[in-house]
Design a protein around this ligand. Structure first.
Ligand SMILES: Nc1nc2c(ncn2[C@@H]2O[C@H](COP(=O)(O)OP(=O)(O)OP(=O)(O)O)[C@@H](O)[C@H]2O)c(=O)[nH]1
Length: 243
C-alpha cells in the first residue's frame, strides 16, 4: 500500500530524527495531547514517543516501514511532558524504569507503581517537568520473564540482588543514554531529577544536565516490599532520604 502525500506530510510534521550513534538514530514523534486521570488526580500532558532507527532512514522510509515492522514485539519508550519544558528555568524529571507488575498491576512487591504515580503528581504540582517511561529497563534490565524467575528465587529467601546474580545477571544493566538523547532534544537547560538512585544522577551529570540537588522519592512502603526497599539501600546504593 502507498501512503498518501497528505498522510505523509501530516505525520512528518510531528517527527524529528536525532543522532544517537554512528549506526543508529532516534525518531521522536510528538507532542500529542494526553489527558490523564488516576483517582482524584488529573492533568493534561504532552506525550512524545520514540523509536531507534537505522542511521540512513528518512522520515518517509520510517513511516512506510511501520505496517510491516512488527513494533508490538519490541516495546517503545516514551515521555510525558508537562508545562513549558523547553524554556522554564526549573523543571523536574523522572527517569522511570518500566515495571509491568508494579506500574500496571499495582504489585506491592516493589514501590514502582507508587513512584510512577507520585512523580506524575509532583511534576504537575511543580508546574513543569517530564516523566520518561523506559521500556527496555524491565527488572533493572533483565526482562520480564527473567524477573518472574528472580521472584521465584526471592520466595526461596534470596534478596533482589542475589536473585539477579544467581541467574547470571549483574544487579543492574540499565542504560540511560537513549533517554538522555531525547531529553537533550526537548530541553537544553539543567533539570532536577526525582530519584533515590545515584546511578541515574550520574547519568544526568555526565551529560551536564543536572541541576543542583535532586528530589528523593520514598513512600508506598508496605509489609511486602520492606525487605526489597532495604536491599536497595544496603546493596544497590540507593539514598534513603525523605521528601
Ligand atoms: N530484577 C528485579 N527487578 C526488579 C525487582 N523489583 C522491581 N524491579 C525492577 O526495578 C526497576 C526499578 O528500579 P528501582 O531500583 O526500584 O528504582 P530505580 O528506578 O533504580 O531508582 P528510583 O529512581 O530511586 O526509583 C524496574 O525496572 C522494576 O521492574 C526485583 O525484585 N528484581
Amino acid at each position: 500500500m502507498t501512503i498518501t502525500t497528505k498522510i505523509m506530510d501530516l505525520v512528518k510534521d510531528k517527527m524529528s530524527i536525532i543522532k544517537q550513534s554512528e549506526t543508529e538514530n532516534i525518531c521522536i514523534v510528538g507532542p500529542i495531547e494526553l489527558p490523564v486521570k488516576q483517582g482524584d488526580f488529573s492533568a493534561t500532558f504532552q506525550w512524545y514517543n520514540w523509536l531507534k532507527v537505522k542511521v540512513n532512514l528518512s522520515k518517509e522510509e520510517i513511516i512506510d516501514s511501520l505496517a510491516t515492522a512488527n513494533l508490538a514485539f519490541q516495546q517503545q519508550s516514551s515521555v510525558l511532558v508537562y508545562g513549558d519544558f523547553a524554556n522554564a528555568d526549573n523543571a523536574m524529571i523522572r527517569m522511570h524504569s518500566i515495571c509491568h507488575t508494579g506500574d500496571i498491576f499495582g504489585s506491592q512487591r516493589c514501590d514502582c507503581g507508587y513512584q510512577l504515580h507520585e512523580s506524575m503528581k509532583m511534576i504537575v504540582e511543580h508546574g513543569c517537568g517530564a516523566i520518561f517511561y523506559l521500556a527496555d529497563h524491565e527488572g533493572r534490565g533483565i526482562g520480564l520473564f527473567s524477573k518472574s524467575i528472580a521472584y521465584l528465587l526471592q520466595e526461596e529467601g534470596l534478596d533482589t540482588v542475589e536473585a539477579n546474580h544467581a541467574l547470571g545477571f549483574p544487579d543492574d544493566t540499565r542504560s540511560y543514554e537513549e533517554a538522555m538523547t531525547v531529553l537533550e532534544a526537548l530541553r537544553t537547560k539543567p533539570v532536577t531529577l526525582i530519584t533515590n538512585n545515584p546511578k541515574k544522577l550520574a547519568a544526568l551529570e555526565s551529560h551536564g544536565l543536572a541541576a543542583e540537588g535532586h528530589v528523593p522519592l520514598w513512600g508506598g512502603v508496605t509489609e511486602t516490599n520492606q525487605l526489597y526497599l532495604n536491599t536497595k539501600v544496603e546493596k544497590s546504593g540507593h539514598m534513603r532520604e525523605m521528601k
